[in-house]
Design a protein around this ligand. Structure first.
Ligand code: HEC
Length: 165
């Protein structure tokens, strides 16, 4: 709880994306609509958050997951309150209905999909987005290696405040 005020600053310090837009990190953050999930930032807290994930994510290679998220960064932010880009902000994506980030213009197929994002649908989406949901507008070929996807999903869980859904 006492970590709250440091979250944005820490996320921006740790992640290069905040520096891309030339000052967008100073945009006033909207009040979080969902309960703010604490993003662990010191090595101990990160380790504990990883260990608390369900298998097989608790045994994932977070560093590899972070690298794989480099494939997503051109289109997605993950920090709390960070802007939508080509794709929607991914903070808090777990347990959320697909196509529910406010102010983001989703495709009709994603809006009509009834997906609730959890590790499994996410794994299928990331393997082959266009096969999983034909006609969606994420122009991304997919992450082929299942281990890379596990590592990436674990990274998303830790960074986006996974709370067990
Ligand atoms: C070229 C840009 C691009 C890349 C690269 C990309 N995405 Fe996306 N992503 C999108 C777009 C656009 C959408 C919205 C799709 C729609 O509305 O049909 C989206 C949607 C999503 C959603 C659904 C979000 C929601 O609110 O329902 C998830 C989850 C997601 N992307 C994860 C990822 C991950 C993880 C990666 C990296 C492995 C990635 N994306 C790479 C553009 C991209």
């Amino acid at each position: 709880m006492q970590l709250r005020p440091l979250l944005l600053a820490a996320a921006c310090a740790a992640l290069a994306a905040c520096n891309q837009g030339g000052g967008s990190e100073n945009a006033s953050a909207p009040a979080p609509s969902a309960p703010a999930a604490a993003v662990p930032k010191d090595p101990e807290a990160i380790k504990a958050a990883l260990a608390a994930l369900p298998a097989p994510y608790n045994a994932a290679d977070l560093e590899n997951g972070r690298k794989k998220f480099g494939l997503c960064r051109s289109c997605h932010t993950i920090e709390p309150g960070a802007p939508n880009m080509t794709g929607p902000n991914l903070h808090g994506v777990f347990g959320r209905n697909a196509a529910s980030v406010e102010g983001y213009n989703y495709s009709d197929v994603l809006k009509a999909s009834n997906i609730v994002w959890g590790p499994e649908p996410l794994d299928q989406w990331l393997a082959k987005p266009q096969e999983f949901l034909p006609g969606n507008k994420m122009t991304f070929l997919g992450v082929k290696d299942p281990k890379d996807r596990t590592d990436l999903i674990a990274y998303l869980m830790v960074e986006s405040g996974y709370t067990g859904q």
